[in-house]
Design a protein around this ligand. Structure first.
Ligand code: GDP
Ligand code: IMO
Ligand code: MG
Length: 428
């Protein structure tokens, strides 16, 4: 009954989609457990690029796919995504939790209004309505997938919710949008009809798959440092991307999780606001961004890039109980010499090895670096991937081994290109 959680160890976009696809070869089911259309997971196979926002990345291998109760589901985005995948030759075998909460258009409007209002506390959200939908869920105003299949229930809930939202839009934010209840009801009932055949009790299905000895991948979205509890609050998302979220976001007990694999980029990237101690604002940061194609998969925003930082990764290893890592985008650092690694931080002469809860302290943290020799920019990475670990340039190997030594967890997968085949599995 292997239940394998794949979790981002930094600020998202670590290459989770690529690793989930790679591991899906040996899986039966892939289930998303949190977030929503804020996620953008990329899979590249035989020159074809697939972008996933809500649909799990096991789609290219044709696995059974599930959307857990922990997601906030924008049905319009989902239907558009399925259509795009169909055009790209995929017919995802998708099953949707009846308990997932629905993102309405007004959630996206309010996301924008809240961001503007928050000023320097804004997280630079994806404006996908994520925060406002999770807020409604926790405040028990939420509308779930099951409600889209029941006109009476939906009407009753919208009666209350729309009145509240209209007051917030008009009276709190002084904005002009007006919400038309009948139109919203019609639109979302229609979405409900279109997804109704896929709606099920995902917890029941995943538990039974695990009990029957199947392999289930729990696909994390975002990253540990964006977690609502364990991330750099308030500059993160509104859900629990951490491994614990896999249990609550699908409905399985913690003992069903057999392994947690962390996905780590060979450097740091961040889209959105908040402190990133190793951020490179000059030429090297720009070079990494261009070479690594560091532009948001969902929003197209340029990602802030910086050196690899041991502090968030060791922190993630602890809060997720990660037993192995997949290191991605090693190829992107080619031609940069020297390469720096942040060992820990210093704040007013104090050495800091953990992520501080106090933002004022985190903002003052200065990275303490170690320098390593770089390697040539003319490496043929697909050839290296074919030949395996020993074919890595000597200094790239030293870099990987130094990271492994510092974080004290084995790196079992090394990704050296966006394609599925550009992947090295290290020997045990
Ligand atoms: P996710 O959100 O964690 O799934 O990551 P994204 O898909 O948003 O961003 C990762 C980007 O890096 C995508 O464009 C991938 O195709 C690409 N990528 C993944 N692994 C590698 C790698 O090892 N090398 C390079 N050059 N690109 C990679
Ligand atoms: P994947 O799954 C990177 C960031 C946003 C913003 C903050 C809150 O592709 O790794 P939200 O829209 O969730 O309210 O935004 O979180 N963010 C991500 N950054 N990758 C993601 O997902 C992200 N999802 C949200 O930029 O700072
Ligand atoms: Mg992404």
């Amino acid at each position: 009954m292997p239940g394998i959680v794949i979790v981002g160890t930094q600020w998202g976009d670590e290459g989770k989609g690529k690793i989930v696809d790679f591991l899906s070869e040996k899986a039966d089911c892939v289930v998303r457990y949190g977030g929503g259309a804020n996620a953008g997971h990329t899979v590249v196979v035989e020159g074809k690029t697939y972008k996933f926002h809500i649909v799990p990345s096991g789609a290219v291998y044709g696995r059974k796919l599930y959307i857990g109760n922990g997601l906030v589901l924008d049905p319009e985005v989902l239907l558009q995504e399925i259509e795009a995948l169909n055009k790209n030759g995929l017919a995802p075998d998708l099953h949707i939790s009846d308990r997932a909460h629905i993102v309405f258009d007004f959630h996206k409007i309010i996301d924008g209004l809240e961001e503007k209002f928050k000023g320097r506390l804004s997280a630079g959200t994806t404006r996908r309505g994520i925060g406002p939908t999770y807020s409604d869920k926790v405040a028990r105003f939420g509308i779930r997938v099951a409600d889209l299949l029941d006109e009476d229930a939906l009407r009753r809930k919208l009666d209350i919710l729309l009145e509240l939202k209209q007051r917030i839009i008009t009276r709190v934010y002084d904005a002009k949008e007006s919400l038309d209840k009948e139109e919203i009801l019609r639109r979302y009932l229609q979405f409900g009809q279109r997804i109704s055949d896929s709606v099920c009790d995902v917890s029941l299905e995943i538990n039974s798959a695990l009990d029957n000895g199947q392999t289930v991948i729990f696909e994390g979205a975002q990253g540990t440092l964006l977690d609502i509890d364990h991330g750099v609050y308030p500059y993160g998302t509104s859900s629990n991307p951490t491994a614990g979220g896999a249990c609550t976001g699908v409905g399985v007990g913690p003992t069903k999780i057999t392994k947690v694999i962390g996905v780590t980029k060979a450097y740091t990237s961040r889209v959105g606001t908040g402190p990133v101690p190793t951020e490179l604002k000059g030429e090297i940061g720009e070079r990494i961004r261009e070479k690594g194609g560091e532009y948001g998969t969902t929003t197209g925003r340029p990602r802030r890039c910086g050196w690899f930082d041991v502090v968030p990764v060791t922190y993630s290893i602890r809060v997720n109980d990660i037993s192995e890592l997949a290191l991605t985008k090693l190829d992107v650092l080619s031609g940069i010499d020297p390469i720096r690694l942040c060992l820990h931080y210093k704040s007013e002469d104090e050495i800091i090895r953990e992520i501080p809860a106090d933002l004022k302290i985190y903002e003052k943290c200065r990275p303490v670096y170690e320098e390593l020799e770089g390697w040539s920019s003319s490496v043929e990475w697909s050839k290296v991937a074919q030949e395996g670990y020993d074919a890595l340039p000597q200094h790239a190997k030293a870099y990987v081994e130094r990271i492994q030594e510092l974080v004290r967890v084995p790196i079992k997968i090394i990704s050296v290109g966006p394609q599925r085949k550009d992947t090295i599995v290290t020997e045990d």
